[in-house]
Design a protein around this ligand. Sequence first.
Ligand SMILES: NC(=O)c1ccc[n+]([C@@H]2O[C@H](COP(=O)([O-])OP(=O)(O)OC[C@H]3O[C@@H](n4cnc5c(N)ncnc54)[C@H](OP(=O)(O)O)[C@@H]3O)[C@@H](O)[C@H]2O)c1
Length: 342
Amino acid sequence: MTTHTEHLELALACARQGPARDPNPRVGCVLVDADGQVVARGHHAGAGTPHAEVAALTAAGPRARGTTAYVTLEPCNHHGRTGPCAQALHRAGVAGVVYAVADPTARAAGGAAWLAGQGVRVEQQDHPGAAELVADWARAAVLGRPHVTWKVASTLDGRVAAADGTSRWITSAPARQDGHDLRARVDAIVVGTGTARTDDPALTARGADGTELADQPLRVVVGKSDLAPGARLTSGTTPALQLRTHDPVEVLATLAERGVHSVLLEGGPTLAGAFWAAGCVDELLVYLAPALLGAGPSAVPDLGIATVTDTARLDLVDVARVGPDLRLRLVPLTTPHPHQED
Ligand SMILES: NC(=O)c1ccc[n+]([C@@H]2O[C@H](COP(=O)([O-])OP(=O)(O)OC[C@H]3O[C@@H](n4cnc5c(N)ncnc54)[C@H](OP(=O)(O)O)[C@@H]3O)[C@@H](O)[C@H]2O)c1
């Protein structure tokens, strides 16, 4: 390991002390003197608290002068709730800055260039762990809202439930476990009141033995009607958050304020159709069962598409076999599909 990498590892360990679910990214900073000794460490403890650089500078006091700051994310260059970190580093007399991940936001980026302009030695060094730690935040920051993955279990004829509303289970146990693994990786799971009423889901992330994992995503129900008394979404240590709106944009804005960067949309068709129509689906995961129902709701309601040239098309980015089922990973197409050209 190079010295830079070692110090970035330390900064990353600091960053991990920050809250996992917060509107702001987890960031860590260590100040290292010319002898390679760590002078101070800092991490960002959540929105409204000092940024990691400022926390480290405060801990170091005058000893910050002449040090090199190792930061997991490019020092910000904007006045948010706290002042720009780039300026704070410069004022404290920091001689060098090594950062791992460039700030992807137009608002806060430019800290590295500003510091270099002030004569500070600035270096960017890739660090996969640091990139991974802020990946969801960065994706949401670029989108301006949480990233949405719409997950659906469907038959070959596109049905997501039988005519009587039952949908348990369309797909196999391995496919459902795959879904649980997915739940464990997102900040929030979202369903509509229709699914809450029909399926009474727990919406928890569970391991292969059925036990709930320690870290659970936020459970969210969208819709104006009350949940049934005793519904599983009203129980548990933290009852589900109900958002009494039909507007996907409002849903995502509310979730963003709560520090949600990634959403798993688990339907049903009414809510999924509304997210799709609002342009709020970034990725689609279809668990396709080799089965037919012939009746029952399809994955989306009427999208207002009257003719085949207007078909909503997606790009198939991955196909995997999960038990007897297929898992398709797709993204909405932003450019015309070849089928639509002459
Ligand atoms: N196979 C699968 O992957 C899967 C996944 C989920 C569900 N399902 C099945 O889907 C069926 C339920 O479908 P669903 O469409 O009724 O469920 P849903 O989309 O979960 O809920 C629909 C309800 O959400 C509210 N809502 C929220 N946003 C809305 C909007 N923009 N426009 C209109 N209503 C909105 C409305 O209730 P309010 O009156 O309360 O506002 C609406 O009745 C069940 O049979 C379930 O088993 C299957």
